[in-house]
Ligand binder design. Structure first.
Ligand SMILES: Nc1ncnc2c1ncn2[C@@H]1O[C@H](COP(=O)(O)OP(=O)(O)OP(=O)(O)O)[C@@H](O)[C@H]1O
Length: 302
């Protein structure tokens, strides 16, 4: 049995178009995905294709209009599942110290102060922040805050970890360090992780499988098996297998990115999906215009 099973998920939102008229925007349609127990699965897709919408449904923060979303065989919403979420924006409580932030989930689980402290310190050490336990979030860098957010989810020990572009706001160096830390932690713990990213390299480096989504309305276009050996390290990025997977992933996603760009926010037109002039044909038009002018100029100068 799959840990997570999404079948024929449909989700649309009511939005206002430019004229203030209410209209419907289909975000996910016929979205199907299975995530295995203990798997690290990344979702890669163009902006606005519904990645966060799907993750929010898994977190129980949103609900599909149609289709079925199961965790351990039960519909999400029917019972409470152990899920921990890491967002792009850290979501730390500014009035609590680093240690107290990591303790929150454990408090919810009813652990005694002493036990909470012991566990929180262990996970803070794991993410390299033991020395910062008594600081407040505003005293930390972005990378450190994200480490705290990760330590908090790890300490809570959820069954499933949902990560929505957790490293997107970080500088490249911190991002790479945290990617490697996450690999190390996951390889030791093997929790089921659903990870959203815009980075093909990040998805390949971390994942067992990568689900590539289409442009909106989003569905899974293809799933790539990342059969790179584990444990993985930085060097794996330079291997020929990695390059091959990267090229293949890019070949799948590049059309979707173009499509996402050329589908004007349909809401502007008050329709669900309206195709505006594709960028490709615009590019050709501009090329033709430039060529024509060059021709005219050359004729003039003889
Ligand atoms: N609650 C909502 N009400 C109205 N529209 C929404 C709502 N939530 C999401 N949307 C719209 O649904 C579309 C998909 O949003 P979503 O955040 O799921 O995309 P995404 O793939 O995660 O995008 P990105 O990669 O840019 O973060 C967007 O056009 C967004 O504006």
């Amino acid at each position: 049995m799959s840990k997570i099973q999404a079948s024929k998920i449909h989700r649309q939102f009511q939005v206002n178009n430019d004229f203030g008229k209410k209209t419907k925007l289909t975000v996910l349609d016929d979205f199907n995905l299975q995530v295995r127990e203990g798997e690290f699965l990344s979702i890669l897709g163009p902006s606005g294709c519904g990645k966060s919408t799907f993750l929010n449904m898994l977190a129980g923060l949103d609900k599909q209009d149609d289709g079925q979303l199961l965790i351990d065989g039960d519909p999400v919403g029917d019972r409470s599942f152990d899920r921990g979420m890491v967002f792009q924006g850290y979501a730390l409580f500014p009035w609590r110290t680093v240690l107290e932030n990591v303790e929150i989930g454990l408090q919810i689980r009813g652990l005694e102060k002493k036990e909470r402290e012991e566990i929180a310190k262990y996970y803070l050490t794991m993410v390299g922040l033991a020395a910062f336990a008594n600081r407040y979030p505003h005293q930390l860098s972005g990378g450190m805050k994200q480490r705290v957010a990760i330590a908090r989810v790890l300490a809570y020990q959820p069954d499933i970890m949902l990560m929505d572009e957790p490293f997107a706001a970080l500088d490249a160096q911190t991002r790479e360090t945290l990617q490697l830390e996450l690999i190390r932690i996951w390889e030791a713990d093997k929790k089921t992780i659903v990870f959203i990213t815009h980075s093909i390299d990040e998805a390949i480096l971390l994942s067992d499988r990568v689900a590539v989504m289409t442009a909106r309305p989003g569905k899974v276009k293809e799933i790539i098996d990342v059969s790179l050996p584990r444990p993985r390290s930085e060097e794996i990025r330079n291997s020929s297998e990695f390059t091959q997977i990267r090229q293949y992933a890019w070949s799948l996603i590049k059309d979707e990115v173009t499509k996402a760009q050329v589908y004007q926010e349909s809401v502007e037109q008050g329709q669900d999906t309206i195709m505006v002039q594709p960028i490709i044909s615009l590019q050709q038009k501009f090329k033709d215009m430039i060529q024509k002018r060059i021709g005219e100029h050359n004729e003039k100068i003889g």
